[in-house]
Write a protein that binds this ligand. Structure first.
Ligand code: GUN
Ligand code: ZN
Length: 425
C-alpha cells in the first residue's frame, strides 16, 4: 500500500538555531510506503507519480515528523502532578513508592500500555524512557512499543544505594541484568536498549564502574542519566564523591561520559563540565516543565546551543507536569524568555522533532520528513480550540499560525498520528 497525504508538510533542511527559520521547508504532499517516506513535493507532481496511492487530504493542517520525547520515566505516569516537593523529597515521597509497584509485571504492563496510549494521543511517536530497577519493567515497555510498531529506547534503572529496600540492585546484578536485557531487546524491530544508571547519588562507585564497562563493551547503546538538576542535589553529590572535580566527573571517572551519553537537565553546569560535554559530543536533554514544576532552575538553551552543544527536548514525565511536547515547547519558550532568549517557533519545533532525534543519534531514521526516513508523522490542527483559532486566524506566516498552538495547544490539536507508515490510534 502506498499512501499520499496532502497538507502543509513541514520538514527541516538545517538546524534553525544556526540557519534561522529558513531551515524549514513546506511541501504540499508526502508519499509513504512500507513504513518509510518515499517523496515530498507538490500535490500535482506526487499524484501524477503515484496514481495508485490511497489519498488522505488533511487540507490546511500541518503534517510534521512525530514528536520525540528524549527523557521520560514511564513508571511515573500515575504520579504525574504530585504536589509540593523538591527533587530529593519528591523522589522519596512519590517516586520510589510508585516504582516499587513495578515488582509486579502485570502492573508494569498496565502502565506501559497506558503511557504509550497517553503519549500517542499527544502526537509523540518515539520516547527514550527510564524503566525501574525491575527487568520486567523493561520487558513491559519494550513489548508494548513493539506491538505498536514504535521506535523507543528504554533501560533498567540501576540503583544500589540511597534508595529503599526493594528498589536496590547491586553492582553485579545491575551489570548482569542490564546485559541480559540488552541482549534480549537491543536492535530488535525498532527497539533499543539504553544503559541507565539513575544518577550518581543512587549508585556506588562500583556500580558506576560496572555500567561504564558494560557501555564500553556495547558502544552501539546509548547511556542515560541525570546531571546537575538542583543545587542541593549537587551538594549531595560533592559529599558522596569528595574526590570528584564536579558532578560530571562522577560519571567521567567511571567511563560514563561520552558520545551517546544523554544527560538529563544539565542546568547548573561548571565551565569544565560544559567544555567536556561539548568535547565528547554528549547530549544534553532539556526538560522545561520538570525544571519549573520541581523548582530546579532555568536551562541556558541560548548559551549552550551557541556553544555547539547537542541538545534534545523532553517532558521528564512525571517530574515534568505534562505528557505533551506542545506543552513542553511552550515551557521551553517561557524558560527562554526568563533567560532573555525567546526561542523561535522553528527552533521549538526542531527541538521536539529533529533536535531530539539528533540527541538520540537517530536523526537518520526519525525526526524529519525526507525520503528514506521512517514514516512517523503527526497531523496538527492549527485551529483546535476557539482561543487558538481566533489567534491563528490573523497569521500571515506559518510560524504565526503555529505559535498559538505551541503555546495553548493540547491533545485536541493532534488530528492524526502515523506510526511506521500506518495510521495509529
Ligand atoms: N534524578 C534522579 N531521578 C530522577 C527522577 O526520577 N526525576 C527527576 N526529575 N530527576 C531525577
Ligand atoms: Zn528524569
Amino acid at each position: 500500500m502506498t499512501d499520499l497525504l496532502l497538507g502543509r508538510v513541514l520538514s527541516f533542511t538545517a538546524d534553525p538555531f544556526t540557519a534561522g527559520p529558513e531551515a524549514a521547508r513546506l511541501d504540499e504532499a508526502v508519499v509513504i510506503a512500507e513504513g518509510r517516506i518515499v517523496a515530498t513535493g507538490t500535490a500535482e507532481a506526487l499524484r501524477r507519480a503515484h496514481p495508485q496511492a490511497r489519498v488522505t487530504d488533511y487540507g490546511g493542517r500541518l503534517i510534521s515528523a512525530g514528536f520525540i520525547d528524549a527523557h521520560v520515566h514511564y513508571p511515573q505516569t500515575a504520579i504525574i502532578a504530585s504536589w509540593g516537593k523538591r527533587l530529593i523529597d519528591w523522589l522519596n515521597t512519590y517516586t520510589f513508592p510508585e516504582e516499587m509497584r513495578f515488582a509486579d509485571p502485570a502492573y508494569a504492563a498496565t502502565i506501559a500500555a497506558r503511557y504509550l496510549d497517553l503519549t500517542r494521543a499527544q502526537g509523540t511517536t518515539s520516547v527514550c524512557s527510564y524503566a525501574t530497577i525491575h527487568p520486567a519493567s523493561v520487558d513491559a515497555l519494550m513489548a508494548a512499543a513493539q506491538a505498536r510498531g514504535q521506535r523507543i529506547w528504554t533501560g533498567k534503572t540501576c540503583m544500589d544505594r540511597n534508595a529503599p529496600e526493594g528498589l536496590r540492585d547491586t553492582a553485579q546484578s545491575a551489570h548482569d541484568d542490564s546485559a541480559a536485557l540488552l541482549a534480549k531487546w537491543h536492535g530488535v524491530d525498532r527497539l533499543s536498549y539504553v544503559i541507565t544508571p539513575r544518577f550518581s547519588p543512587t549508585s556506588t562507585p562500583e556500580q558506576l564502574e560496572a555500567l561504564g564497562a558494560l557501555w564500553a563493551a556495547n558502544p552501539s547503546c546509548l547511556m542515560q542519566t541525570h546531571l546537575s538538576e538542583q543545587t542541593d542535589e549537587i551538594a549531595w553529590v560533592k559529599g558522596l564523591f569528595p574526590q570528584a572535580r564536579d558532578y560530571l566527573d562522577t560519571y567521567e571517572q567511571f567511563g560514563l561520559l561520552g558520545r551517546g551519553g544523554l544527560y538529563g537537565h544539565a542546568i547548573h553546569l561548571e565551565p569544565r563540565e560544559k567544555d567536556r560535554l561539548r568535547e565528547v559530543d554528549a547530549s544534553l536533554i532539556h526538560c522545561p516543565t520538570s525544571n519549573t514544576f520541581i523548582g530546579s532552575g532555568l536551562f541556558d538553551m541560548g548559551g549552550l546551543k551557541a556553544a555547539g552543544q547537542r541538545i534534545g527536548l523532553a517532558t521528564d514525565t512525571g517530574g515534568g507536569s505534562s505528557f505533551s511536547m506542545l506543552r513542553t515547547m511552550a515551557a521551553a519558550y517561557e524558560v527562554g524568555q526568563l533567560r532573555g532568549r525567546p526561542l523561535h517557533p522553528a527552533e521549538l519545533w526542531w527541538l521536539a522533532t529533529l533536535g531530539s532525534a539528533q540527541s538520540l543519534h537517530a536523526d537518520h531514521l526519525i525526526g524529519n520528513i525526507a525520503p528514506g526516513m521512517e514514516a512517523d508523522l503527526v497531523v496538527i490542527d492549527l485551529a483546535s480550540t476557539p482561543a487558538i483559532a481566533q489567534a491563528s486566524a490573523r497569521a500571515e506566516t506559518l510560524w504565526e499560525a503555529l505559535f498559538p498552538t505551541i503555546m495553548m495547544g493540547d491533545d485536541r490539536a493532534i488530528h492524526a498520528v502515523w506510526i511506521a507508515g500506518q495510521p495509529a490510534g
